[in-house]
Design a protein around this ligand. Structure first.
Ligand SMILES: Nc1ncnc2c1ncn2[C@@H]1O[C@H](COP(=O)(O)OP(=O)(O)OP(=O)(O)O)[C@@H](O)[C@H]1O
Length: 540
């Protein structure tokens, strides 16, 4: 903040600003019609203060004049100037602290996960005794609190290790982002290099100070690990050399074995127990096989000073089928399952969070039970329950309602569902999009009980129209099954008696929104008038 400009406590300063803000460019400042209206002007000042890059009221007032905020000030009928944000700000907000409902927030309490947390702690406590904890594999469906619980336990572990001065560290890696052996090892290497450098700097400070004191009087060395100033000197030289040698791993470009060796040396530089938390470990295996896990799991036999233990987290247990049997048995030394939450448990979780997130009395009684019930249907996903509650609150806020009602939750459920559909449809491969578009065309033209042959006929014509490869009917049937699995269409096999069996397909998603998403794809957008294709179906 600018030192010359006091920020608070000076009403005259505020008055002067009010005048300046209302004055058009170049004109002398004069009081605005609402300058006497305390409420509005107070808000004005708040807003302007928050605009200034340095937060200085004077500077802000100048800025406001410079950019001519007048342009974005809307005059209402009474001639009162209402800023773009005034109405939104004046509504009593429903939320006390919305951040608490976001996925990035790590809760301090995790109801209904005590058992799993205790299991983890029982295994990891060996790290605090300087022993190597067993590797742990944690699995359970999405939103069952795996990451939140694992992070909670690691924070506790690290803080206890500091309390008792035991060298124990946890490194968290999200394998959805860091998904190759190179990146995992590089990230770990760089973390430990950083820690080692910080350690060396601290040591050097200590030793240089000791050297200076010992040069005055050798008695300073009593009770230290050194018997002469020369020994201190030598230790300093060695540490300086170590510091020089430490070279961070670049994000690409080194051979993997060099990255591995760098990580190995960095982690073994000091005595410590390291827990490596690999979240979404299945993504790593899917993307780059089990080499990383193999290398990490055999490291302990070669490390001299340190020990590592792996904590893998996954929502898909099938990935272990792709592991080398040795890796599989080593990784799965201990397995902890996170079962889905039921509606009552979700209710508790939501209640805990909502106490902090919402203003008192902002939620009507049905809101939390309904959010919990919806999310329980979705395989007991706490993330979904929290999303629903937050979105319902946002919808209520947007609708200028004082409370969140059952209807807001229902709207939120539709909105989240639609967002999901849009995202799934948007990211479909082009061929699947064409198949889906064919189904939509048929439905839009009033065709019921659509069968695979009908979809295939339209599909072929659409492919010709946009110059896409035409797949076989068999492949198209497979794509329909995939769409079914994604919940976009519903395909049921029906028996046609002596004519065999066929699939009857219907759309499971809102037709207009889905069509709009498909047409926003530049390739499908080329299909201008699809009517003739559907007509052609009847000609076949
Ligand atoms: N018992 C609980 N108490 C409070 N909040 C919880 C609880 N369980 C989960 N949550 C919250 O639900 C959200 C999802 O949890 P988390 O990320 O831990 O799930 P996950 O099982 O790791 O899911 P994924 O496999 O998709 O990563 C987070 O915001 C988390 O804080």
């Amino acid at each position: 903040m600018d030192e010359d400009t006091p920020r608070d406590g000076d009403e005259r300063e505020d008055d002067r600003e009010r005048g300046e803000q209302a004055a058009p460019d170049g004109e002398e400042a004069s009081p605005t019609p609402d300058a006497d209206d305390d409420t509005v002007t107070a808000e004005d000042i708040d807003i302007r203060e928050s605009i200034g890059p340095n937060g200085s009221p004077e500077e802000t007032a100048d800025d406001v004049t410079d950019v001519s905020l007048d342009e974005v000030v809307l005059d209402d009928d009474d001639g009162d100037s209402r800023g773009l944000f005034d109405d939104l700000l004046s509504g009593e907000p429903i939320f006390e602290n919305k951040e608490v409902l976001r996925p990035s927030y790590t809760p301090h309490e995790l109801p209904h996960r005590t058992e799993q947390i205790n299991q983890m702690a029982t295994i990891l406590v060996s790290a605090l005794r300087g022993e190597t904890p067993s590797n742990i594999l944690i699995y359970g469906k999405t939103g069952t609190g795996k990451t939140a619980s694992a992070k909670f336990v690691s924070q506790e572990l690290e803080s206890t290790s500091q309390k008792y001065d035991v060298p124990c560290e946890v490194e968290y890696i999200n394998c959805e982002v860091t998904d190759t052996q190179y990146r995992v090892l590089a990230q770990l290497a760089n973390k430990f290099i950083e820690k080692n450098e910080a350690y060396i700097e601290r040591e050097l400070d200590r030793l240089r100070d000791l050297r200076a004191r010992a040069a005055e009087s050798v008695n300073e060395l009593t009770d230290t690990e050194f018997d002469s100033v020369a020994a201190v000197e030598q230790q300093i030289t060695e540490l300086e050399a170590d510091f020089e040698e430490m070279e961070a791993v670049p994000m690409t470009g080194w051979p993997t074995d060099r990255v591995y060796t760098t990580f190995f040396d960095a982690v073994d530089y000091n005595e410590r127990v390291v827990v490596i938390m690999l979240d979404e470990i299945d993504k790593l295996v899917e993307k780059s096989g089990d080499d990383t896990l193999y290398n990490l799991s055999r490291m302990n036999s070669e490390l001299d000073n340190s020990r590592i233990s792996i904590m893998g987290i996954s929502n898909d247990l099938k990935f272990t089928d792709f592991l080398d049997p040795r890796v599989k048995s080593s990784l799965g030394e201990e397995e902890i399952v996170f079962p889905p939450y039921d509606a009552n448990q979700l209710r508790d979780i939501l209640q805990h969070r909502s106490d902090v997130a919402f203003k008192g009395g902002a939620l009507t009684d049905d809101v939390i039970p309904l959010c919990a019930a919806f999310a329980a249907q979705e395989h007991g996903d706490a993330r979904r329950a929290l999303d629903l509650l937050r979105t319902a609150g946002e919808l209520a806020e947007r609708g200028q309602s004082d409370t969140v009602e059952e209807a807001h939750v229902r709207q939120a459920q539709d909105k989240i569902e639609l967002d999901r559909v849009v995202e799934v449809v948007r990211t479909l491969p082009t061929q699947s999009k064409i198949v889906l578009f064919s189904t939509i065309l048929l439905e839009k033209n009033g065709v019921h009980n659509i069968n695979t042959g009908e979809v295939f006929n339209i599909y072929k014509r659409l492919c010709e129209e946009i110059d896409a490869d035409v797949l076989t009917q068999r492949r198209v049937t497979d794509l329909i099954s995939e769409l079914d699995m994604l919940g976009i269409v519903n395909a049921v096999v029906v028996s046609k008696g002596r004519y065999g069996r066929t699939k009857e397909i219907s759309l499971s998603v809102p037709i207009d929104e889905t069509e709009a998403v498909l047409l926003s794809d530049s390739r499908l957008g080329d299909i201008e008038n699809a009517q003739p294709f559907v007509q052609a179906r009847f000609d076949n």
